[in-house]
Ligand binder design. Structure first.
Ligand code: SF4
Length: 210
């Protein structure tokens, strides 16, 4: 089922009107800013030299990313109409070539790029910057640990709640991995069992909604 624009906006307003949800979103955006600052401070030079100037952009290959439904929602919240239209425009284009279709002349067209993209470091860059600097490596590991608190469903996480909000309204998407990936459903079930709770809803909850 497609998510109509008005319906999606209404759902987002409901979500943002809940103080707890708004706080979780604010935490997530704060985390994203911290990652961005870390990467631009320590990786900007090597990435510019290795990939952007040569236009290799090796981390933005086609089929190279997983986009979560929550990525789409967060990006929509943080985008204006022009930014959203830019995404629709590339989606309607012929989509040829080896690069990610969202890679524009000035970089990624998303306002808040998918989490998997943000957290990706190629081996060359990682080795060049962190091999000789244990403090930076520790900082990066701490950010990776923080990342999991938003998307890893062994506990209640923002990415799961955003999917659930739309599922409860009868909307679904193949990008709702926290509700349709067998591996992540297992993680969720084990997390619930570990906390003495039973699973609320699994793949069966999606039946008839596709
Ligand atoms: S979505 Fe953006 S950051 Fe991710 S691969 Fe595509 S262009 Fe690169």
């Amino acid at each position: 089922m497609r998510i109509g624009k008005i319906g999606a906006i209404a759902l987002l307003l409901i979500f943002l009107n809940s103080a707890a949800s708004a706080e979780k979103l604010a935490d997530y955006l704060c985390f994203r800013r911290d990652v961005e600052t870390f990467l631009s401070t320590h990786f900007s030079d090597i990435c510019t030299e290795t990939c952007y100037q040569s236009r290799i952009s090796a981390c933005c290959t086609r089929e190279g990313i997983i986009t979560f439904f929550a990525d789409v929602v967060v990006n929509a919240i943080m985008s204006d109409e022009t930014a959203i239209q830019a995404l629709f425009s590339v989606l309607r284009s012929s989509q040829e070539g080896s690069k990610c279709i969202y890679l524009g002349e000035k970089g990624c067209l998303w306002q808040v790029k998918p989490l998997v993209c943000e957290m990706f470091l190629c081996k060359k860059a990682e080795d060049a910057v962190m091999k000789i600097n244990q403090a930076l490596r520790n900082e990066w590991h701490a950010l990776k640990k923080r990342e999991k608190t938003f998307r890893w469903p062994d506990q209640r996480v923002l990415f799961d709640e955003l999917e659930q909000l739309f599922l409860d309204a009868g909307r679904t998407s193949p990008l709702m991995y926290l509700h349709n990936s067998p591996g992540l459903l297992r993680v969720k079930e084990e997390g619930l069992r570990g906390r003495g709770l039973k699973g609320r809803r699994g793949r069966a909850g999606l039946q008839g909604e596709q």
